[in-house]
Ligand binder design. Structure first.
Ligand SMILES: C[S@@+](CC[C@H](N)C(=O)[O-])C[C@H]1O[C@@H](n2cnc3c(N)ncnc32)[C@H](O)[C@@H]1O
Length: 211
């Protein structure tokens, strides 16, 4: 169940040890990412879409797709009733593929994990699929996402078990005790890529920002 056993592009992105390495690995993968993820039965976009539509009223916006990649989640937003969606990603190559879909009102080539160039409470919702995972982004990014989410707004994120246990759950506890948010939904652990051997489980969560 170790992510270190993956080969190819997936192995390269999991093995990255710094944000610039992650960006470079995704730049190389961008054009074939969706084909490979579909073949692996990639589930995070569907799970996140279901949770978003359960907790966010139709028409709410703007939404930030944080770590949008090629737009595998973003492309459904307009179809299901959320017309204004922006993409953020560290990889310009992934964003270039996302841009071709014409579904995002803005593209931000920005890294999660540090200060974000957005106003307090700018977004009605944040989507973050496949980003809180091995070698990518950890709990250190959460406080900034909370800062830029509107009161009453939501954050829908998928989180790999190792990241959850490695500080993410503790950070949610801290932000909850500070009165900033409520964990309103947490799925059971599931395998995000059933077609990829040795994928370790993830969960999806929904956080609501307290008034
Ligand atoms: C597994 S892909 C998921 C893409 C998309 N959300 C999806 O579900 O298909 C992970 C994405 O996170 C991006 N990423 C990794 N580290 C990042 C960081 N520090 N800041 C912003 N994006 C990051 C990668 O460039 C990549 O596009």
């Amino acid at each position: 169940m170790a992510d270190s056993t993956h080969g190819g592009h997936l192995g390269a992105v999991y093995a990255a040890t710094a944000p610039n390495e992650v960006a470079a690995a995704y730049d190389k993968w961008a054009e074939t990412y969706e084909d490979e993820m579909r073949k692996a039965g990639y589930r995070h976009p569907s799970v996140a879409l279901a949770l978003l539509t359960r907790h966010l009223p139709r028409g709410a916006g703007p939404i930030l797709d944080a770590g949008a990649g090629t737009g595998m989640v973003g492309e459904w937003m307009g179809i299901v009733g959320y017309p204004v969606v922006e993409a953020l990603d560290i990889s310009s190559g992934m964003l270039a593929v996302a841009a071709r879909k014409g579904v995002y009102s803005q593209l931000h080539n920005v890294a999660l994990g540090g200060a974000l160039p957005f106003a307090d409470r700018q977004y009605a919702a944040i989507l973050c699929t496949g980003v809180f995972t091995t070698g990518h982004v950890g709990a250190e990014a959460l406080a900034e996402l909370v800062r830029i989410t509107q009161t009453g707004g939501i954050i829908v994120a998928t989180v790999k078990g190792t990241v959850w246990e490695g500080g993410f759950a503790a950070e949610i506890d801290r932000l909850t005790r500070a009165g900033l948010l409520t964990l309103i939904e947490e799925t059971a652990p599931y395998i995000s890529m059933p077609g990829e051997a040795a994928t370790s489980p993830s969960r999806a969560i929904v956080l609501r920002l307290n008034p």
